[in-house]
Design a protein around this ligand. Structure first.
Ligand code: ADP
Ligand code: MG
Length: 291
């Protein structure tokens, strides 16, 4: 049987959009030392827009249509933004075949017989590709603006660059401030570049940042933080699932992926990061009363 007190607290939680999937997670939430937030889709809306395109071969629309063809089978927020922009511009997007997700790096597919990749700067570095000079300045400008950059690659050739702008959730600043006032350490984790991560963290008053983290490494960051205390991880993506499972309390954003929700003990139905502070408070209030 479910104890009465926790029945009441889950009802209270539900009113604030906190869905308790696992009672043990609700209990563990009373003694959290660190809250580790994923960036994209958690502290930000994850609904990206294409802020700039720089093409080295052909027009912006041509590289955009090719990138959209590659990304059409990906669920990543970057893929969605590129596909939506091509659609908004009324571009004809070819069918792609042999789609492969390059986890934490990009996407690959064959379009009109061409083997294309849309990927992060990490891939450019890993494949020792030389960035065309005309893209260097565009990439620097985008990064300074806090935008995420991906490149369209065909073998060693860089066909173009896309800058993607994300929006910080309006509630995130208050969510971070509230947790810090409760004496909780707040950290941020992302697969994105250090530059973008630092820009977002500075806006939110977060001073502990783990950037350039591959999907398989996110759980390792949780484990590292667990050496100094009890950790709650908040995330939305497929790539967050192992970290959510590893954390003392795994908290999924309601608007996130099914995989993230399945791996979490708590779900924030409202997708509002301020509910994390409310959760900690609710948990403390529940277990202070002798349960
Ligand atoms: P996060 O959720 O923190 O952004 P990911 O691991 O999903 O982390 O992605 C890390 C980086 O890999 C992204 O910032 C992007 O540069 C690149 N990436 C991943 N998937 C794609 C994709 N489908 N298209 C383009 N770039 C991608
Ligand atoms: Mg995310």
């Amino acid at each position: 049987a479910i104890p009465l007190v926790s029945q009441i607290s889950t009802a209270l939680g539900a009113r604030r959009g906190i869905l308790v999937k696992n009672k043990l997670a609700l209990e563990a939430a009373r003694s959290i030392d660190v809250v580790l937030f994923d960036k994209t889709g958690t502290l930000t809306t994850g609904t990206l827009g294409v802020a700039a395109i720089a093409a080295t071969s052909g027009s912006d629309d041509e590289v955009l249509a090719l990138a959209a063809a590659v990304e059409s089978k990906s669920e990543h927020p970057i893929a969605r933004a590129i596909v939506a922009e091509a659609h908004d511009r009324g571009l004809a997007v070819a069918e792609s075949t042999q789609f492969t997700a390059l986890a934490g790096r990009g996407a690959q597919a064959v379009v009109d017989g061409r083997d294309l990749v849309v990927a992060s700067h990490r891939v450019v570095v890993e494949r020792a590709i030389t960035l065309p000079v005309e893209l260097v300045q565009a990439a620097r400008d985008a990064t300074t603006a806090g935008n995420t950059i991906v490149y369209l690659l065909e073998g060693e050739a860089v066909l173009g660059m896309f800058a993607l702008a994300d929006t910080v959730r309006p509630e995130s600043l208050e969510a971070v401030r509230d947790l810090k006032e409760r004496g909780v350490r707040v950290a941020m984790l992302t697969g994105d570049s250090h530059e973008v991560a630092i820009t977002v963290a500075a806006q939110l008053g977060i001073d502990e940042v783990f950037a350039h983290v591959l999907p398989g490494e996110k759980a390792d960051v949780v484990a590292k933080l667990q050496e100094s205390g009890s950790v709650a991880m908040v995330g939305d993506g497929i790539n967050d699932a192992p970290a959510l499972a590893r954390a003392d309390v795994g908290i999924a954003i309601g608007a996130g992926t099914d995989v993230a929700i399945d791996s979490a003990g708590i779900v924030l139905a409202s997708s509002d990061p301020r509910a994390v502070g409310a959760l900690l408070k609710l948990s403390k209030a529940t277990w202070r009363k002798e349960l």
